[in-house]
Design a protein around this ligand. Structure first.
Ligand code: DGJ
Length: 557
C-alpha cells in the first residue's frame, strides 16, 4: 500500500497543484506602474463582450452564447440585477447566477458580473420595487428647485445598507458555488451618477454640504480644511456628490470583498474631455475625468475605474484611453460601441497597457443601441470584433504577460473615415499634392521602441512606397511587443509596419536580420512556421486581412 502511494506521489502532487492553481483567486497585480489581471495565477487579457441590458435571464442565454463563441471572446460581462435576486426584502434567489455559471463553464468562458442596483445609468431601474417605490426610506436626489429626480441620493444609510446586504448575499452565494472562479471581476453598480442636477440639494444633503470636508479626503488630496464650497469652489457641488457616491460604492465593494476578494470596478458614463458641459448635463458624481482624484481617494476598494466608450472619433477615444490608464488605474474598457469604427480601438487600448476590452450589446436578443452602437446585430456586424479576438485568442496570455512585465505598443488607424468606396476613391484622385501629404502624415504613426523606431501606415499597396491613403472604412491597427532590445513580436491588420534605427544607432547601416512567422501553442511556446524575406520584407511588413504573427530581429552591420 505504502509503495503504491509512493509511486503515485508525483501524480497526486501534480493533481493537487493543478487543483490549487485552478482555484487561485483572480487578482489585479501592479508593478512599475503597470497592471495585469491574474486569472488561474497567470496574466489574462480580457477579450470581452457585454450583453444587452435585459439578457440577464436563463431564457435569453441561448441568444448570448453563439455571439460569444462567434467572436472568440473569452469573457462575458453580464448583469445581475438587485430586482431579480431580492424581489422581496430578505428573500434571495440566485438561480440565474447558478444557470449562468454552469453554462459559462461548459463553454470555458469567464464572467464579469455587473451589479445593477442603486444606480443603472443614474436611475434605480434595477432595484426591486420595494426599494424604488419607497421614497421615504430610499430618498431620491432633490434638485435646487425642490423637485425630485429619479436618481437615488447617495447620502442615506437606509439605501446603502439595503444595497450592501443584497450585494453581500450575492458574494456569499458566489463564494459557495464558484470555487473555480469562473467569475473574475465584479462591477459595482452601472454608470453611477445623476443627470439633471449636480448633487442632492435636500435638507439632509445641505447639512452635510455645509460641514467640513472629511479630514482624510483633505489629507489625501493635500487640501486646506474648510467646508465643501471653501475647499472646492465652483466644483464643490459635483465633487460633494462624487465623494458620496464613491463612499457608497466603496462600502459595498469592501463588504463584498470581505466575503470574496475579487477585483472590483466601476464603469463611467463619460463626459466629453474636450467639451464637457456642466455637471448634470453629463452624469454628475460619476468618476468622470475631473473627479478621478476624489474617487481614488474615497474608494480604495474599487480597483478600477473603467470607461464606457461611445465616442467614435480617434482623437476623443485616445484621450479617454490616456485619462483612464494610470499607474493607479488599470485600463479596462468595460464598454465600447459594437459598430465597425470601434473595433480598431482594441489595438489602441492594448497600446495604453489595457487589460481588457468589451463591446456592448453583443447578443441576438433583438435590440440595437444605434446610433451609439451598430445598426443591427448580425453576424457580419459582430465579425469585426471576432476578427481581432481570433487573432489574439491563441496568445492573449502571452500578450498580457509581455504587457505587464515588458514593453508593448499598440496603435489604431488614426483617420476617421467611413465613406463609400466611390466617394473615397473620388476624393483620393481629386486631392491636391498638399492634401495628399497631409493625409499621409496623419496616417503615419511613429513609435519609439528604444534602439529602433517603428512606423505604422495604412492603406498602401503591399509592394512599393506609394504614400498611405488609409483604409475605407478605417479599420487598421498594429501591436508590437519587445522581446529583447533587437527583437520584437509584431502583428497587425490592414497596416504596414516598418522598422528603422533610432537616433542612437543613426550612423549605422542596418537591416532586418530575420522575420519568422509563427504562432504560440497552448503552453505559450513559439512555434515556427516560415521565414518572411524578399518581397515580404522589402517594403516593410505588410498586413492585410489575414492573421500573421511575426517575430522580427533587427541588426546593424
Ligand atoms: C451605457 C450603459 O452602461 C449600458 O448599460 C447601456 O445602457 C448603454 N449605455 C446604452 O446602450
Amino acid at each position: 500500500m505504502l509503495r503504491k502511494i509512493v509511486l503515485l506521489l508525483p501524480l497526486i502532487v501534480l493533481a493537487l497543484c493543478q487543483n490549487l492553481s485552478a482555484a487561485k483567486l483572480p487578482e489585479l497585480h501592479t508593478q512599475n506602474g503597470k497592471h495585469a489581471l491574474f486569472v488561474d495565477g497567470k496574466p489574462y487579457l480580457i477579450l470581452g463582450a457585454q450583453v444587452n441590458n435585459s439578457s440577464n435571464y436563463p431564457a435569453a442565454l441561448a441568444k448570448v452564447w453563439p455571439t460569444v463563441e462567434a467572436i472568440h471572446a473569452n469573457t462575458l460581462e453580464i448583469n445581475i440585477a438587485w430586482e431579480q435576486v431580492e424581489p422581496k426584502e430578505g428573500e434571495f434567489d440566485f438561480s440565474f447566477l447558478d444557470t449562468l455559471l454552469k453554462q459559462a463553464r461548459e463553454r470555458d468562458v469567464r464572467l464579469i458580473l455587473l451589479w445593477f442596483a442603486s444606480w443603472k445609468n443614474n436611475a434605480p431601474h434595477y432595484a426591486p420595487s420595494w426599494v424604488k417605490l419607497d421614497d421615504q426610506r430610499f430618498p431620491r436626489v432633490q434638485k435646487q428647485d425642490g423637485t425630485t429626480l429619479n436618481s437615488l441620493s447617495p447620502i442615506h444609510r437606509s439605501t446603502l445598507d439595503a444595497d450592501k446586504k443584497a450585494f453581500v448575499a450575492l458574494m456569499k452565494h458566489l463564494k459557495k458555488v464558484d470555487k473555480k472562479h469562473t467569475v473574475i471581476t465584479v462591477q459595482v453598480q452601472n454608470e453611477v451618477g445623476t443627470y439633471g442636477s449636480a448633487r442632492d440639494y435636500s435638507e439632509a444633503a445641505e447639512h452635510l454640504f455645509q460641514a467640513e470636508v472629511p479630514q482624510f479626503l483633505q489629507q489625501k488630496l493635500g487640501l486646506q480644511s474648510g467646508n465643501w464650497k471653501q475647499v472646492f469652489g465652483d466644483d464643490a457641488d459635483e465633487f460633494f456628490h462624487a465623494y458620496h457616491i464613491a463612499r457608497y460604492c466603496n462600502e459595498i465593494a469592501a463588504a463584498g470583498k470581505e466575503v470574496l476578494p475579487l477585483p472590483m470596478n466601476v464603469n463611467v458614463a463619460l463626459r466629453n474631455p474636450f467639451t464637457p458641459g456642466k455637471p448634470g448635463q453629463y452624469s454628475s458624481g460619476g468618476p468622470t475625468d475631473n473627479t478621478i482624484p476624489i474617487w481614488k481617494a474615497a474608494a480604495p476598494s474599487i480597483d478600477m475605474i473603467s470607461p464606457d466608450i461611445y465616442f467614435r472619433d480617434y482623437k476623443t477615444v485616445t484621450k479617454i484611453l490616456d485619462i483612464y490608464s494610470r499607474p493607479d488605474n488599470p485600463l479596462f474598457v468595460a464598454e465600447i460601441g459594437n459598430a465597425q469604427p470601434f473595433a480598431r480601438f482594441f489595438f489602441e487600448t492594448l497600446g495604453h497597457q489595457g487589460i481588457g476590452f468589451a463591446p456592448f450589446g453583443m447578443d441576438t436578443t433583438g435590440y440595437t443601441n444605434y446610433p451609439l452602437g451598430a445598426q443591427d446585430y448580425s453576424e457580419q456586424t459582430f465579425a469585426v470584433f471576432g476578427e481581432i479576438y481570433k487573432l489574439m485568442a491563441p496568445w492573449a496570455g502571452v500578450w498580457a504577460k509581455l504587457s505587464f512585465e515588458g514593453e508593448t505598443w499598440g496603435v489604431a488607424e488614426p483617420a476617421d473615415t467611413s465613406e463609400t468606396l466611390e466617394v473615397w476613391n473620388a476624393k483620393n484622385t481629386k486631392r491636391s499634392d498638399a492634401e495628399k501629404k497631409e493625409l499621409a502624415d496623419k496616417l503615419t504613426q511613429k513609435i519609439d521602441l528604444g534602439l529602433w523606431d517603428a512606423e505604422v501606415t495604412y492603406g498602401r499597396p503591399m509592394f512599393w512606397i506609394d504614400p498611405p491613403k488609409g483604409n475605407n472604412p478605417s479599420s487598421g491597427g498594429a501591436l508590437i511587443a519587445k522581446l529583447s532590445e533587437n527583437e520584437f513580436l509584431v502583428t497587425a491588420l490592414r497596416a504596414r509596419v516598418s522598422f528603422s534605427t533610432s537616433s542612437e544607432l543613426k550612423e549605422k547601416r542596418y537591416m532586418i536580420e530575420r522575420v519568422e512567422e509563427g504562432h504560440f501553442n497552448a503552453k505559450g511556446e513559439w512555434v515556427f512556421e516560415r521565414v518572411w524575406n524578399g518581397d515580404q520584407t522589402d517594403w516593410g511588413l505588410n498586413f492585410d486581412n489575414q492573421h500573421h504573427l511575426l517575430k522580427i530581429r533587427m541588426a546593424t552591420y
